[in-house]
Structures are given as structure tokens and as C-alpha cells.
Design a protein around this ligand. Sequence first.
Ligand code: SF4
Length: 149
Amino acid sequence: MILVSACLCGQRCRYDGKTKQNQPLMARLGRENILAVCPEQLGGLPTPRPACRLVGGGGADVLAGRARVVDKLGIDRTGAFLRGARLTLEMALSNRVGRCCLKAKSPSCGSGRLMQEKNDGSLPSGYRPVLGVTAALLLAHGIDVEEIP
Ligand code: SF4
């Protein structure tokens, strides 16, 4: 079983209500059993929803209570992101998921370059290597994560 970000599978679950369907990925995965998951929806956030960003650290810092997730309106969404990550991990473990294909540049699913805000609210120039909250939790439990653009 392979866990895949639901937006890559064609679900309209992104913050803007759109999909990021990735046909080459679907073709590559072929007949594999796919578990499509959207951690932000699982965490209880609506679609569409204001875009969120990591503040004060990356996904691993959010898991450790050292950083937060804040939406475009300034509302703290850390709880929803943590809930979504934990439920995604539960689903991965109960379905014996060995690896994941997760959408890049997402504060939940991203596992490479992400825009991370500093504690003082200023933005660093460009993207930095930061894990999303769900990607960090899955990796911490030994589940391989492949980042999909
Ligand atoms: S990147 Fe992850 S959290 Fe964002 S819409 Fe896709 S599946 Fe949901």
C-alpha cells in the first residue's frame, strides 16, 4: 500500500479548492494500492480554506511544540495540522503503508523546499529545506516520503 496526497490523485482538496492531479505519477504507480489522504481535511479544515504557513520552525518543530501553523488571516491552525498528521499516521500504520508520495511545497505534505516565516513575522528570502507537519511525522516513524512537485 502506498499513501499519496489526495490532491495528486485528483481530489479537489487544496486550500483553493483545486486539484494538483499528477497523471505521470498515477501512471507510474500503475496497479499499486493507493491510499489517498489529505491531512488538512482530516484535521478538520474546510475546503476551500485560507492558505497556511509554518511560523518559527518546520514540521518537526511543530510536532515538538516549538513552532506553529498560522493561516492567511492570522488564525492559529496548529491543532488542526497536528490532528491531521496523527490521523494520517494512524491510517498509514493500520494499512501497512511502506512509502508515501506527498505534494511538494505544502505545510502538511511538503518534504523539501517550503516558505517558513521567522518568529518575528518576517520572511526569509526564497524557500528553505523544511518538512511539512505530516511529512515530518511519517518520516519520524520510518515511512519513506517521496516529494512530488
Ligand atoms: S498537499 Fe496535502 S494537505 Fe495540501 S491539499 Fe494536497 S493532500 Fe491536502
